[in-house]
Ligand binder design. Sequence first.
Ligand code: ATP
Ligand code: MG
Length: 386
Amino acid sequence: MLKLGEIALKGLNRRSFEEVMMKNIKRRLGDAGEFSVTSRQSTIYVEPLDELADMDLAEERCAKVFGAVGYTRAGATKKDLLHIQEKAVEYLREELEDALSFKVECKRSDKKFPYKSPEIAMEVGAYVLERFPHLRVDVHHPDVTVWVEVREENAFVHADAKPGAGGIPVGTGGKGMVLISGGLDSPVAAWTMAKRGLELTAVHFASPPYTSELAHDKVVRLLRKVSKYAGRIKLVTVELTHLQEEIRDHCPEELSTVILRRYMLRAAERVAREEGCQCLITGESLGQVASQTLQAIACTDAVAEMPVFRPLIGSDKAEIVRTARHIDTYDISIEPYEDCCTIFTPKHPRTKPTLEMVERGEAAIDGEALLEEALGSLWTTQISAY
Ligand code: ATP
Ligand code: MG
């Protein structure tokens, strides 16, 4: 059972949000077996259709579906008191055996059920105590809470729900193009925006032979981790070698990073249009490095027409690291491969560039031709965790 989060508040649009979420769940359960996925009363039910279903795998997949505030495995049973009592004891046997204390909580959304919630809780509690005499009831800090939900078609028994992935379903918010490097920040930025319902496409800039195949492979592995939450991601790789060499040879050294970033944003926006994306996403965080001061970001931002989302702009490194660990990208991100941003880096980058200064510096190269050349070399990789 997946409990709907924010989408339960969506009013008239709610049904379409639920439909997308159910489609996302079905796609992810592909290799875990046969399941029915239905929704009733702010809950999505994922029910195995036969004994072959891999419930552990299904649980792992459901835990990463955006749109759910919580999820739990539950035992379904007929709606009569004896069946519910037996199910509670059978379904939560292990938990109850290991516990010292417990309580029963009941939710009754079927108001026609002949017992009220407190009565059900009391009857189930008494039955549990009879079967497990070592237990005592503790309503404040129980080791185990036995949840009984009496719903329309069935009753369900489960332990405490676990926190879900949160957010809103991927695909309900449009399409975003994430600029992905091999670093810590951009995979976290990608995940953060997928959590808000964006379907992701990614663009990565490589500069062979200065950057290697291994650096590209790292990006693919990072996106595969993000894809566990975000679903399928198409990666577009663009080679910026010649453009970077031209910047190095002809533009003022202290502005080269900002100029490169402007070209990255321009290239990304063109790819984004081709791919039907409506926004760009980067992993920038204010003040983190010279190219992420307010002045530098203003110079970079000036070339973009689409909205540029920088979900980490107000995050500290420690917070970003925490999320990277949570989504399991951290260990890959810290692998030491070169990125195109780390080659030809200026010794003293200007931290407070002005737009006029940057535009003048940029005029030394034929940017448009170089951009065309770079975009002529792009290639794509389909990435999916399933
Ligand atoms: P990250 O940890 O994501 O690499 P960073 O702190 O190293 O970020 P920069 O290298 O300045 O910062 O990059 C800022 C942002 O620019 C990245 O978060 C990413 O969105 C984008 N970016 C940087 N390098 C590349 C690249 N090679 N390909 C695509 N996007 C890139
Ligand atoms: Mg980086």
